[in-house]
Design a protein around this ligand. Sequence first.
Ligand code: C5P
Length: 235
Amino acid sequence: MKKHDVIIACDFPTGQDALDFLSQFKEEKPFVKIGMELFYGEGPDIVKAIKDRGHNIFLDLKLHDIPNTVNKAMRNLARLGVDMTNVHAAGTIDMMRAALEGLAEGADSERALLIAVTQLTSTSQERMQRELLIQAPINDTIVQYARNAKEAGLDGVVCSPLEAGMVKEACGTDFVTVTPGVRFADGAKGDQVRVTTPARAAEIGTDYIVVGRPITEAADPVGAYRRCVKEFMMQ
Ligand code: C5P
């Protein structure tokens, strides 16, 4: 698996829609993110179907429960042969360690990369302080959660491209960052607020960019994917 890649967010309502979309790719086999909508709608079979077509898979289910439950769930996800998956860092270092152990124990061969979600980009500093009673500045919590993930032995974190630099500074360049919120310079932002281009994400040092609508809703998805790879890999 490449350590620097474009991951297409396959946010489709049905498995058939996702498979039809991926059928357009004849020459390359893009890395694919499967999220909650597709997984809960279609079950593990959609992971196997996409995997059988030769794609690497990031299964984005953001597990967060007691360590024992997360450990057992991760064993089952490992058996699906996913290449990357994630947990919420808010589950604590013990939970992240248990997740990592489960992932390693359930894997047939190489363990999948395990990435932690720090603060969701939908959580504002104001809500974090008022509703969750976390008084630290949000960027401090992101760096602290990333440090916790590293201490638990995880491979990296999901974060916004604008946070990737500070995460690398705190946890080292080998600590993987996976970043959504990527848009072409001349493209629509949709509901994403803090966005960056593929080239800028590469400059900041992001390892993987997760790109959905700029590719899935493009008139020419294969062309948009190739453009994204070119701009991201050029740096
Ligand atoms: O279509 P778009 O490029 O905005 O898709 C981004 C993908 O990354 C979506 O699957 C979205 O759920 C996910 N994501 C995000 N922001 C986060 C975490 C995940 O956009 N903070």
